[in-house]
Structures are given as structure tokens and as C-alpha cells.
Design a protein around this ligand. Structure first.
Ligand code: DGY
Length: 321
């Protein structure tokens, strides 16, 4: 059946179900993950697609891009772009839109939720009450968060939103970034190691990808030390998860709060056995309000690509083409 709507390849189901239907109203959508034989579908129909929609969580691998010889625009649901195959997209000359800016507050809120939970033992306290332990035991004394030193690794938009929240908790903020941020009121630490030494709570908000892989390693965790907490709302790949599990088990750090993991949705099994780590299933942006704003930007990026040849919010390496 022919359609006057532009054809669009949707890589998989999106993190806001309404967006699936909104795309289907505006475009002639084929859902790749619903095809019985996706490779065959791509071989037969790949050349018909100029538009591709995916998400930061799903990404898009090189073999899919290679099967789309006429691909011009990608609109990705999410702020991370480490899962989009940069080399093939650049080779293809496709312009790539994403959704920065609209999720900063919710991701920073989640960083603080994890920080407070890890410090005050909120999830552990909930388990304690539900088990009925309250009638016979005292819940262990926990760690104060207010007034402590907060280290932010990655002072971008989300790092900045974390720093603003820290002011309400009377925390002293310092940060490490590839370079100091012009006009930042916060102390710059010249290395991640120096940052870890200088803080009680180390919050990771740095972008994922090869450049940051396993930067939070044994050495950094030891610099954070037995009173220190690690919070990760960025990408699991930034932290050496096996090293983190060892450090938590051996109490070389006090605790952690994690929304992201190296191999999602499979946190390292040892983490599940530890009581000094709070785990969330990569949901920092998962509020109705923020997911709606992300969906709107996915749609606007597509419209803008078709109208002007470029998305309104374009990943930095795509914009440089
Ligand atoms: C993002 O937007 O990159 C979130 O982490 C979801 O993957």
C-alpha cells in the first residue's frame, strides 16, 4: 500500500509508548524489531528509508546503517549518543538529532535521590521495616549528606543541574572536566583522581564512549576512600563495574547509587548481593514530563530535518559535517 507520508524506519519500541503512535500518524513507519527477519527486511527494503528513529538505549549498529544506503536523518530519543555508530553515520553523511537539555533536571534529581538513598540507607530502611525487623532491632546509623563535599565528574548541563541542587544541601562543589568551565563558581580539579580525593560524594555525569571507558577504576575508588560514595547517572561504561563491586564488598568505599550499568539490563550479579549499593534500572529521565519533552524533540528534529535539512538539536560530530 503506497502512502503520501514519508517512510520512516523505527529501530525498536521507544521509551514513551505514545511516541510510537505519534510517529505512525505522521510517517509510514516500519518497526525493524517487529520484522520476522530483520536482516532480510533490510536487504529488501533498506534503500527506501531516508529517516531512522532510535533511542540512546537501543542505539543503532553499523550493520543497520550500512543496509540503509539512502539514510539522511536519524532522530534519537536521548541525550547520550555513544550507542550510535559514529563512523558509519559519518560515512553515510546522515545528520543526527538527539534530545539534550530537556532531561537535565530529572537526571540531576535522580542523582540526588540515589545520593540521599545511599547516604541515609533509605532503600535498606524500607527493606528493614517490611521484613518486620523494626520490632526487634535498631536500624544502623547512617551518613549525613548536607554540608559535605560533592565532586562532579563531567560539568555539562546535567553536572550543572547537580551542582545547583547541591547548593540547597550546603555542599561544597568541585568538579573535573576535560577543561575548566568558563565562569564556573566551583573549584576545578585537574584530574579525576584529585577530584575523588577531594570529595565525599563523587557523582558521574560524564558522557559515555571510548574516551571515558573505565575511568572510574580501582585507583579512583581508593582515592574516594572508605567514607566516600559513588553515584553514577551517566553511563555504566565510565565505571569499572567489577572494580566497584570489589570496593563495595571490601568497604574500600562506603556505598554507591547506580542508575546505569556496563551491560544493561544485567548488573554484575555481585552488586545484587550487596546492601551498600542502591540500584535503579536506567530510569533517570523516566518521568511523564521529561519523556514527553524528549518525545516532542524527537518529532521536532524529524520535522526540522525534512524542512531545513538539519535537526534542531544535532549531536556535535554530526553538526561538524
Ligand atoms: C539518555 O538520554 O541518554 C538516557 O541515558 C537514556 O539512555
Amino acid at each position: 500500500m503506497s502512502s503520501s507520508r514519508p517512510r520512516l524506519l523505527q529501530y525498536g519500541k521507544l521509551p514513551l509508548p505514545q511516541l510510537d503512535s505519534e510517529l505512525a500518524q505522521r510517517y509510514d513507519v516500519s518497526l525493524l524489531s517487529a520484522q520476522s527477519d530483520p536482516a532480510r527486511f533490510l536487504a529488501e527494503q533498506g534503500a527506501q528509508f531516508e529517516l531512522l528513529v532510535t533511542s540512546a538505549a537501543m542505539g543503532v549498529p553499523a550493520h543497520v546503517i550500512d543496509a540503509l544506503p539512502n539514510l539522511r536523518f536519524v532522530s534519537s530519543f536521548g541525550v547520550g549518543f555513544d550507542s550510535l555508530d559514529k563512523a558509519s553515520l559519518l560515512r553515510r553523511g546522515a545528520r543526527v538529532g538527539y534530545t539534550p537539555g530537556v532531561l537535565d533536571d530529572c537526571v540531576a534529581d535522580m542523582a540526588f535521590a540515589l545520593l540521599l538513598d545511599a547516604a541515609r540507607g533509605l532503600s535498606a530502611a524500607d527493606r528493614f521495616v517490611r521484613r518486620g525487623d523494626w520490632a526487634t532491632q535498631r536500624f544502623g546509623i547512617q551518613t549525613r549528606a548536607s554540608g559535605k563535599r560533592l565532586g562532579i565528574f563531567g560539568m555539562g548541563r546535567i553536572g550543572g543541574a547537580v551542582a545547583r541542587r547541591a547548593a540547597g544541601f550546603d555542599m561544597q562543589v568541585s568538579y573535573h572536566n576535560r577543561r575548566p568551565v568558563d565562569g564556573s563558581p566551583h573549584a576545578y580539579q585537574p584530574s579525576l583522581l584529585a577530584l575523588a580525593r577531594a570529595c565525599d560524594f563523587l557523582v558521574v555525569t560524564a558522557a559515555g564512549g571510548e574516551g571515558t571507558r573505565h575511568l572510574v577504576n580501582d585507583e579512583v575508588l581508593d582515592a574516594l576512600g572508605p567514607q566516600g560514595f559513588l553515584i553514577n547517572v551517566a553511563r555504566g561504561s565510565v565505571v569499572d563495574e567489577a572494580a566497584l563491586a570489589r570496593a563495595l564488598r571490601d568497604r574500600r568505599i562506603a556505598g554507591a547509587g547506580l542508575d546505569v550499568f556496563e551491560d544493561e539490563p544485567h548488573p554484575l550479579p555481585e552488586l545484587l548481593t550487596l546492601d551498600n549499593v542502591v540500584l535503579a534500572p536506567h530510569v533517570a529521565s523516566g518521568t511523564h514530563e521529561t519523556r514527553r519533552a524528549m518525545a516532542d524533540l524527537v518529532l521536532r528534529n524529524l520535522e526540522s530535518c525534512l524542512a531545513t535539512g538539519r535537526p534542531v538539536a544535532e549531536v556535535p560530530w554530526s553538526a561538524a559535517q
